[in-house]
Write a protein that binds this ligand. Structure first.
Ligand SMILES: Cc1ncc(COP(=O)(O)O)c(C=O)c1O
Length: 437
């Protein structure tokens, strides 16, 4: 399978319309951070402050954040900041001492899962959680083969980068990695559920031909970098059954859809009426504090636990636990999941209504406040037009980005307190901009 290079939402040095101050900052960045970093947008945004769903530049100009899923309960949420600073002022140490905080948080987090998933291990990043999951899967299954979707992103460590096809041709997929097409109607015209499960079985057959035993099927349960594919609800269950039948495990990567973002459920996998063997989490878990983890079944960790010990210097430290608990409290007390369900539906409905007037708006794929919106020209997906739209919105102080193997869809993924007024601002701006692009 070829690895496609998609049109990235990235700044090209020398292009764009930067102020002298920002030009100097970008040059200093290149000088110090080196060539592997990228900035968003043709004209990068310089941010100094964030609050709720708003980000501010040095001149105090406000940008509507329609993209960031890390500051998920709102930028710099006062309750989260208070929990972080209060705990940091008392004790900030690791998990090799007895401490109530990590257990209170672990119990609370596990209460958000089906009873079968009853252990949690803490890491600092989603990459680490997926990397750990792979080690555990190898121990539990005796296998090594990994199935991923063909524009997935699962992390930055060697093992997870090699199973992240979206990074592009610069990182060769690992020899144990077997990519399958993303669950779109185009890829599986006969039916997504049956087709995707059959693709899993075929990948296991290809492994068998090479003498490889399957260890893991890992999917981001909203398929965010593949282009956002939430529907039809339930389609993942046969794929999870297929990998288990072949002796492997099913890992739900909830780094993107977890923590209420899909509205009707707290976790993306719940949309598909299945219980994974492992669930990895990150980004919104700490609302900006590096907090991530892996939830699993006792039988999945039994072999690994008997032979290996686990310690992560910063993962699950006392401050992380206090922050994680505050995030769950805010989601509950501010009824954010309910807000997502209402506002997300209005957002998707609004985009579909707008598509009646604008030929550029193709399919809207949405679950809660996670939306993929295909952009067309003459009825065909158009990555260049998508990029123009992303940059035009940025010029109009709305921050979003693009997604999909070719970059031909908008990715709309705002913090969870996004309001109907915020949706209106995006739709009105799109209505005005679309005829000009
Ligand atoms: C689906 C998914 N999994 C894993 C990761 C890796 O998480 P982190 O950047 O915290 O290592 C990401 C990051 O973008 C992601 O989107």
């Amino acid at each position: 399978m070829t690895r496609q290079t998609r049109m990235l939402n990235a700044y090209t040095p020398g292009a764009g319309h930067l102020s002298a101050q920002d030009e100097a900052l970008a040059a200093r960045r290149a000088q110090t951070l080196g060539p592997a970093y990228r900035l968003f947008y043709e004209t990068p945004v310089h941010l100094v402050r964030g609050q709720g769903v708003t980000l501010y530049d040095p001149d105090g100009i406000a940008y509507l954040d329609c993209y960031n899923n890390v500051a998920s309960v709102g930028h710099c949420h006062p309750r989260v900041v208070q929990a972080m600073t209060a705990q940091a002022a008392i004790l900030a140490t690791h998990t090799r001492y007895l401490h109530d905080g990590i257990l209170t948080y672990a119990e609370r987090l596990l209460s958000m899962f089906p009873a079968e998933l009853s252990h949690v291990m803490f890491t600092c990043t989603g990459s680490e959680a997926n990397d750990l999951a792979l080690r555990i899967a190898r121990a539990a299954t005796g296998g090594t083969g990994i199935i991923v979707t063909d524009n997935a992103y699962h992390g930055v460590t060697l093992a997870t980068a090699e199973m992240s096809m979206s990074i592009g041709p610069a990182v060769a997929p690992g020899p144990m990695v077997f990519p399958i097409p993303a669950p779109s109607a185009q890829n599986y015209p006969q039916g997504i559920a049956e087709g995707f499960a059959a693709a899993v079985t075929q990948a296991c057959d290809r492994m068998a031909e090479q003498g490889i035993k399957p260890a893991l099927l890992i999917v981001d349960t909203i398929f965010s970098s593949d282009g956002v594919y939430p529907d039809p609800a339930g389609f993942l269950a046969p794929a999870a059954a297929a990998i288990r039948k072949a002796g492997g495990l099913f890992l739900a990567d909830e780094v993107q859809p977890g923590f209420g973002r899909t509205g009707s459920q707290f976790w993306g996998f719940q949309r598909h009426d299945l219980i994974p063997d492992m669930v990895s989490m990150g980004k919104p878990m700490g609302n900006g504090y590096p907090l991530a983890g892996l939830v699993l079944r006792p039988e999945t960790i039994a072999e690994f636990g008997a032979n290996a010990r686990y310690f992560n210097t910063f993962g699950g430290n006392a401050v992380a636990a206090a922050v994680g608990l505050a995030v769950l409290d805010v989601i509950r007390d501010e009824a954010l999941q309910q807000n997502v369900a209402t506002v997300g539906t209005a957002f998707a409905d609004g985009l579909r209504a707008l598509s009646q007037r604008h030929e550029a708006l193709g399919e809207t794929r949405a679950a809660g406040l996670f939306i993929g919106q295909t952009i067309l020209t003459d009825g065909k997906p158009d990555a260049a037009r998508t990029a123009r739209l992303v940059n035009a919105l940025r010029a109009n102080r709305i921050l979003i980005s693009s997604t999909g193997a070719k970059g031909d869809s908008l990715k709309l993924r705002p913090p969870l307190p996004f309001s109907l007024a915020n949706v209106d601002q995006v739709l009105t701006t799109l209505d005005r901009l679309l005829p000009t692009l």
